[in-house]
Design a protein around this ligand. Sequence first.
Ligand code: NAD
Length: 323
Amino acid sequence: MQKNILITGGAGFIGSNLAETLLADERVGTVRVLDNLSNGHRKNIAPFLDRSDFEFVEGDIRDFDTCLAACKDMHLVSHQAALGSVPRSIKDPRTSNDVNIGGTLNIFKAAEESGINKVVFAASSSTYGDSKALPKREDVIGSPISPYAVTKLVCELYAQVFSTLYDFNYIGLRYFNVFGPKQDPNGPYAAVVPLFVKAIMEDKAPLMHGDGLQSRDFTYVGNAVEANVKALFATRPDAWNEVYNVAVGERTTILDLFNMLKETSGSSLNPTFGPTRQGDVKHSLADISKAKNYLGYDPSFSIKDGLEIAFKWYKAQYLAKTI
Ligand SMILES: NC(=O)c1ccc[n+]([C@@H]2O[C@H](COP(=O)([O-])OP(=O)(O)OC[C@H]3O[C@@H](n4cnc5c(N)ncnc54)[C@H](O)[C@@H]3O)[C@@H](O)[C@H]2O)c1
């Protein structure tokens, strides 16, 4: 039987890439997106709007009735909606809390009340907080160092508690710095890859926070989508009610990231350096063996391949002035 899947936040970066992949999967019936377009864009889902197996509901996960209506006739939920960005959560922790915690609680409860007993949700590597251990293993976390990290940790706690109280199974995917096509380069909370590409396209020196030697496990969105699909269709019972790192398992400094983009684009720009950002961790690197073992996750894209695909996509958008 084909599965109908609700994707919250499906007009956003990761959610819209996931929607595209699920729509091409023969195991999937209808894909329904619930998004309030606060940070996502209609253009991200425009190619699917005319399809009979795609539905778009413009609505807010902070409203429980909206969540209930969105769950109707669905078999699985992929919960991606949230307000991302550490700096945003420092500036306005209350709104991040309302959306990320209140909204997640609504989606979990609406799924449970609708008889949907499998929910995959976007967790975050920020949950590792101040833990200095490298590589990051799922069972060793520190204390959160930003309101955003608190919200993502609380989502994991709610998922765990729901799985013990109700007929509710979850998989939490702790993404590590995902990048790729459709990630927004505009606005005050844009992520580093689209910001660097924007700088290159506009021939303006990019700003690096700190010395540029902070490192991240940059993950091409195709890998994050693969993890989501593997999770949604996970058949091993012991794969459920667990959280997993979603990354490549390689560490790249911000300086090296920029140099890779320079090579890909042929740019000769050099960065400028500014103060370090509050709430940022210095190094991040994932151990991905748990996702490999339980979900059969096997990231297909290296960071270099991903950067090449992403740069090509952004360049086409800038040339067409659609970004
Ligand atoms: N991109 C990353 O590197 C990364 C890393 C760790 C975790 N995550 C998590 O992954 C998920 C997807 O992130 P993304 O990078 O695609 O971000 P995104 O901002 O592009 O997508 C999030 C989507 O959620 C929607 N949304 C926000 N508030 C909403 C609300 N109240 N009701 C309905 N929809 C709402 C936005 O409009 C947007 O389309 C988020 O939960 C994020 O916290 C992302």
